[in-house]
Each structure stands twice: as structure tokens, then as C-alpha cells.
Design a protein around this ligand. Sequence first.
Ligand SMILES: [Zn+2]
Length: 332
Amino acid sequence: MGFQKIIKNQTLEEVFQLGDLRDLSAVAEKSYVLEEWTVLAPDRQRQLAALLSWESLSKWTFDVFEVNRLTNGQALLFMGWAILASPHAQQAMQTSVLPAVVSSPSLDDTDGYGFLENMDISPSILCNFIRSIEKDYNKENAYHNSVHAADVLQSMHSILTRIGDERIVITELESFSILLHLLSGTVHRRVEHFSLVRELQCLQLKHSQDSTEVSGTDLLPFLLHAADISGSARPRRTAVEWTDRVLSEFFAQGDKEKKLGLPVSPLCDRAETKRAQSQVGFIKFVVQPTFEVLGMFISKVEEEINPIIASNLEMWEDDIALEHTDWGVSIV
Ligand SMILES: [Zn+2]
């Protein structure tokens, strides 16, 4: 299944309405400083400038919860801006935290995608677009909220930066479209996990046999799926936080179902569901197979991410033994 099929033969430009983000007035004064940035205290600006640097943004150990704390709950806006408006966002942040006597870093020396100039995207229209998306997320959800979207966005970015000299060709338009797409909640739907993994295994076999290039269109649905479930593939502390959040959301749903006299959905009954057990199943049957196939395409995923997943699995397996107490009652 190609990305093209998902979008029903429309071009990426049409699907993502990139024309709406274009800057039509060539003379428009462009500002790369977020309004929300200017009101932050100087020490928060300094911490964020470091956290949202290109190098930090690309790390698998990235702490999205810290960004959310430092930005008073605006992780998606700041992350979307930092990633999609790179390297301008990084240059603007660095310039504003440097003492006035130090000259600002040049754009040429700052790493980033360069989407804005390469695709004529207006920074202010892009920021308004992200603001409107962030507002649409339901803050009541413990898991499916704007922080999850910010996390999946960073996860995808982090995976994209790990593509090395493999024969994978993802165009700039594909990268931009997919990162933009991840801001919104539309990708967080149930996917056909098992068929996606099977298709990628076939593609990998073909890729290794005839050394053809793999295109972004072939790989993107799978990358989306991997990024979306990557909470359990993050370093331990972050993985545990995501686990608690997802179960908290499930249990809230289960409580509602019980109240309405409906059958309780799988994993949603706080009296029955065990944290470690649920994670062992999810990692073994969903996360690990996904990243194992991804690791066959991208060697840095195999080297850097898959050992973390194995270690998380081991941790949860050890925890199963302790799980005779009904800890779940306390997770509200
Ligand atoms: Zn999701």
C-alpha cells in the first residue's frame, strides 16, 4: 500500500492544502519569533533554546513533557514551530537568548529543514495554523491530547533524521507534508497494524534482493504508525509516563461505559487491567515487530531504538511478578 492510495490519488499539495500556507506577498515582513516566546521568562527561554535546538530535537531521549511544562502547556505550538520553521526558529531563539554584545548565529551555521524558504511558506500563517490545531485538542484526555501530537511529531522527525545512506528516498515535500499532517489528530486512528507490518516485510525482502530504492510513498504509512506507537519505545521514565497516561484515559472510558451499563472495552476496566501485563502484550505484538521491520530499513533505528524497546520489555516482564496488587485503583 502506497501513501498515494491513502490520499486517493490527490497530490500531497492538494491533500495538505499547502497553497493555504504560501506567502503570496513577496514583500511581507517575515518574523520568525513566536509571540508566545516573547512573553516567557528569560530562564525559560534559555532552557527552551537548548531543548529545541536541532541537535536536541533529533534525540530519541527528547523530553516533550519538559517542553510542555516550560511553555505552559503549549508543547505542540513550540515543537511544530521549532521543527517546521527550522533553522529560522533555532536562529531566532539563539539570537534572543544571547547577550546583546554577541552577534547572532548565521542561518548558514544553523541546522534545520529549511522548509519555509524552499516552499514559500509564510511563518505567520504556519504559526496560526498550528495554534488553531492545538486549540482543537481535548485537554481532558490524559493521552490523546496535544502533548501526544507533539511527541509523535518529534518521534517522526527523530526517525527521519536517522535515515542514513540506506537507499530510501523521501522528498522534501513528503517530509514536510507528513510532519505537518502529524500536528493534527487525523493520523491517530486504528491502523491495520498486522497488514502494515506484513507489507513492509515484503518490501524489505524486495529491497534487499534487487537493491531498488525505497520511496517515501512506500514507507510513510509505516513511519506514521511507528511514530504513533513510539511512546512505549522511549527511554524508561518517558515510556512509563505514556503508559500511565494511556491507561488513565482507558480507565476513564471504562468508568463511563460501566455507568451507562455498557460492556467495558478491552483494557478499559481498572479492576481487571494490569499495567505491566498490558505493556508486555503491546510491546511484544505491536511495538517490537514494527520497529524490528523499521530497523531492517534504517540501521540507526536498529542500533539506537530497538535496544531501548528490549529493555522496556524486560522491565515490564519483571514487573508482572509484582502485579498481584490492584495498583490500578490508584491511577486516576
Ligand atoms: Zn496517536
